[in-house]
Design a protein around this ligand. Structure first.
Ligand code: C5J
Length: 220
């Protein structure tokens, strides 16, 4: 089995059972004028990882391995959004409000698109998810099962919210999870550092972490 130098120890994966999940690299979080900046966050930290996420995507594309993108988005009538989620934040704009990139976190609005450099290619799966975890109220579990996937590499934003939630959901479902350390980011550097430490603590209680270039080299 190919092996990746990772923390807390090497990560091995059966070829043909590995997939990449890129979480929520959408304009709403990564670009100025979206949900992230409406909540008062500096989005430049997130914008900075776009080239690294692209290197990881290109590595999986070259290896012809499955790629799944997610977007956090709701139906226009918000029937899939709990009122508690809309009320939370108390920023200038809430979910469903009109912002500079269309209605915030609504499927089909310009702000909900993946950033152009990370757009899905034909044959890649895009999951629109109403929650922070990508397994909640989506067909992700079914898709992974039908493709015989057992090992998952994760990238995307934000590390401590949607990435960590999805990794924990996957870990509980028996997937072997590896997070690309430099292809994930938070608006809060200390939260990212704490999340990486939590994931690999206690012998990899949630999974493994490794740098993007190390992962891409192992795919070749
Ligand atoms: C957040 C996400 N942070 N994709 N969503 O609300 O992490």
């Amino acid at each position: 089995m190919p092996t990746i130098a990772a923390q807390p120890y090497e990560y091995s994966f059966p070829t043909g059972k590995l997939a990449l999940i890129v979480i929520d690299m959408q304009r709403d979080f990564v670009e100025e004028g979206g949900f992230g900046s409406a909540l008062g966050n500096d989005v430049s930290l997130l914008t900075a990882i776009v080239p690294t996420v692209r290197r990881l995507l290109d590595g999986f594309r070259a290896a012809r391995l499955p790629i799944i993108h997610t977007r956090e988005g709701h139906r226009p009538d918000l029937t899939d959004c709990p009122p508690s989620k809309i009320a939370r934040g108390r920023g200038k704009l809430s979910i469903g409000d009109k912002g500079p990139m269309g209605r915030i976190l609504i499927d089909g609005e310009p702000g909900n698109d993946l950033v152009p450099d990370l757009a899905a290619l034909p044959g890649e799966t895009v999951i629109v998810k109403p929650g922070k975890g990508a397994f909640y109220a989506t067909r992700l579990g079914h898709i992974l099962e039908t493709q015989g996937i057992s090992h998952l590499v994760f990238a995307g934003v934000t590390t401590e919210v949607c990435v960590q939630t999805t990794m924990r959901e996957a870990n509980d479902r028996g997937y072997e999870c590896l997070l690309a350390e430099d292809a994930t980011e938070s608006y809060f550097p200390e939260f990212k550092a704490a999340t990486l430490a939590m994931i690999r603590a206690q012998g990899g209680i949630v999974g493994w972490t490794a740098p993007t270039d190390t992962i891409v080299r192992a795919l070749r």
